[in-house]
Ligand binder design. Structure first.
Ligand SMILES: Cc1ncc(COP(=O)(O)O)c(C=O)c1O
Length: 435
């Protein structure tokens, strides 16, 4: 049972937890604030720490562990391929890139695939493709890239240039020129900025890091029309919301118009690093050998695992589970919202759920950990839930029971920060426009 100390054998409980924490704090670059826990292994939706304590994992490695931990079919595939070859270079074919690209084309409705090692690299590939297309067809002046307020697209220079929070961008300026932000779900703002000099608009169909904020049908449709009118690329960032997370293969499939380019990563290879840029033929055909590339992207081991991941989702009808368990989760959370007045809204689709609080969410995340539940908080006031696609009804119930204790036990933070208050009013505006 998550949250309880298990009597583990010496083989499973790591004796080196304290040393691992000490050395991490002494030698790692200071980029993450972490609790003093070392997760050593997991099984399904349960994670275990170095003391053998079990936790219900409702964060799934931030939308990565869609099949949970140590899924037997992924473990088998990794073992098999590790014994064959892990790398042959992109100068040669490997057995899995082609078949994986074919399956992704089928899932997405797009035509061609470029594999990367991460989400941010997939975003870079998409931005470069959009610029190359515009350059080839319309000249160098068509270079502006529109993104949305509240967006998150990654940490490399191109991706961070179209990422909204100032704290991620400002220390690294000057950034890639040409990036501009449009207010989420504000079609008037979109129309005023979308001119012939725009080569791309990048949209997360459901903003993840931004606080589980859905893009409205009206806004997407107008973005599609304007992109077509100005021969610019509509790029869907599906890195967090894609590949089944919302109960559809791609979150943009809830809209009528498809994007020209889509980027994916997180769950694609079950926790191994793999991302991809998918593009319509009209855009992809701009590329020629040598224009773009990668050493590691799309190696045989990661592609074999990704192929197995997508096959498991299909064969085990996991999208239906995502929809059903997601509905149970939101229903249970809505009942909790009636008991606790600081829960102001439950948002999301499938197993991508945001619990909006009127107060700082971080103390609740810390208490959840103490209660044996892993979640996180984004934008200070939104609890983010991204459980594995294989989560069971009983685990949803267990989670809701534990969260009730968490909400009851945590000392309610007095105030929220100015940043959180500001973010909340912007979020409310965007959500009102989406309704
Ligand atoms: C929507 C979105 N785009 C891009 C990224 C960047 O992906 P990565 O961290 O794999 O570079 C993330 C990561 O959280 C994301 O959520």
């Amino acid at each position: 049972m998550p949250g309880q100390r298990k009597t583990h054998s010496r083989k499973t409980a790591s004796p080196s937890g304290a040393a691992a924490i000490h050395e991490a704090e002494r030698y790692l670059a200071n980029t993450y604030k972490r609790p003093k826990i070392v997760f050593t292994h997991g099984k399904g939706c349960v994670l275990y720490d170095h003391r053998g304590r079990a936790y219900l994992d409702f964060l799934g490695g931030i939308a990565v562990n869609a099949l949970g931990h140590a899924h037997p079919r992924l473990v088998r595939t990794i073992r098999r391929e590790a014994g064959r070859t892990t790398h042959v270079s992109n100068l040669f074919h490997n057995p899995y890139q082609g078949p994986l690209a074919k399956k992704l084309a089928k899932w997405s409705g797009l035509d061609r695939v470029f594999f990367t090692n991460s989400g941010t690299e997939a975003v870079e590939a998409a931005l470069k493709l959009a610029r190359a297309y515009a350059h080839a067809k319309h000249g160098a002046g068509k270079m502006r890239i529109l993104a949305l307020e509240n967006s998150f697209h990654g940490r490399t220079f191109g991706a961070v240039s179209i990422t909204w929070p100032v704290k991620y961008r400002q220390p690294f300026e000057p950034l890639v020129p040409g990036a501009e932000f449009v207010r989420l779900n504000d079609t008037a703002d979109l129309e005023s900025k979308f001119t012939d000099s725009v080569c791309a608009i990048v949209i997360e169909p459901v903003q993840g890091e931004g606080g589980i904020l859905p893009v409205s049908e009206t806004f997407w449709r107008r973005a599609r029309e304007l992109a077509t009118q100005h021969d610019a690329a509509l790029i869907a960032d599906e890195i967090q919301c894609g590949l089944g997370r919302t109960g559809r293969e791609f979150a943009y499939q809830r809209f009528a118009g498809a994007p020209d380019i889509a980027v994916i990563a997180k769950p694609l290879a079950g926790g191994l690093p793999l991302g991809a840029m998918l593009a319509r033929e009209s855009f992809a055909s701009i590329l020629s050998p040598g224009m773009h590339g990668t050493t590691f992207g799309g190696g045989p081991l990661v592609c074999a695992v990704a192929l197995e991941f997508l096959t498991v989702v299909e064969e085990e009808n996991l999208l239906a589970n995502v929809r059903a368990r997601g509905a149970e989760l939101r229903e249970g959370l809505a009942a909790l919202a009636k008991k606790f007045d600081f829960i102001t809204e439950i948002r999301g689709e499938g197993l991508m759920v945001g619990v909006q609080l009127s107060v700082d969410g971080n103390p609740y995340v810390a208490e959840a950990l103490a209660q044996g539940v892993v979640i996180n908080c984004t934008h200070e006031t939104t609890l983010r839930l991204l459980p594995p696609f294989i989560v069971k009804s009983a685990q949803i119930k267990d989670f809701l029971r534990r969260m009730e204790t968490v909400f009851a036990k945590t000392k309610k933070p007095e105030t929220k920060t100015a940043d959180a208050a500001h973010a909340e009013s912007r979020r409310a505006r965007a959500l009102a426009a989406a309704r």
